[in-house]
Design a protein. Structure first.
Length: 194
């Protein structure tokens, strides 16, 4: 089963955590939002049921959410009808260059193989005229997360080992902010990589 099909099937479970996600992202934006553009157009890649997109919308952004799983988009549209949600692959999106002030992706990168992660980052660079925010796992390991990610068959383990180095290959600057004990905000500035 491919990732799109897997996430299409588990969308009913993900949407149950929508309220918790929105509260968590609201808390993070209140605490660390000063690192981001204060308003403007935002694109949330891999939006799932729309938790981060909704928190950004409530903070004043004009938000578009994209996800490759049709069921995720269905739930997102139902949970927050004021946001435009589009089904699309986050590595090749139907938007013009530099269309957004902020491009985000929460817990997307770790599920992709290294070359697809680089494609995601490059697409985010193409689309932003401001910055890129990736919310994903840190190098700290959680045994429960390890077990779930191992069963899911994603690329979590390579992301934990190599993610920061990959980001530094693509972005001119990467600021790491601890979002929780197990996760980081990777605040990325486009430009010529180091």
């Amino acid at each position: 089963m491919g990732h799109a099909q897997l996430f299409h099937r588990i969308a009913p479970i993900y949407q149950l955590f929508f309220g918790h996600q929105v509260r968590n992202y609201n808390r993070l934006l209140a605490k660390f939002g000063h690192h981001l553009p204060m308003a403007g157009k935002a694109l949330d890649i891999g939006c799932g049921p729309g938790g981060l997109a909704t928190a950004l919308y409530r903070r004043g952004y004009e938000v578009t959410g994209v996800d490759f799983a049709p069921a995720m988009i269905k739930y997102a549209r139902r949970l927050e009808p004021n946001i435009e949600f589009i089904q699309a692959d986050g590595r090749e999106l139907p938007f013009s260059d530099h269309s957004f002030d902020l491009v985000t992706a929460a817990y997307v990168a770790h599920g992709l193989p290294p070359q697809e992660r680089i494609s995601l980052y490059e697409e985010a660079v193409r689309l932003t005229r401001g910055m890129v925010l990736l919310h994903d796992y840190s190098r700290r390991r959680n045994p429960l997360t390890d077990a779930v990610e191992w069963m899911e068959g994603g690329n979590y383990f390579s992301f934990v080992r190599e993610g920061e180095a990959e980001l530094n290959q693509v972005f001119a600057g990467v600021k790491i902010v601890e979002a929780s004990y197990w996760s980081n905000w990777y605040i990325c500035t486009p430009g010529t990589a180091k």
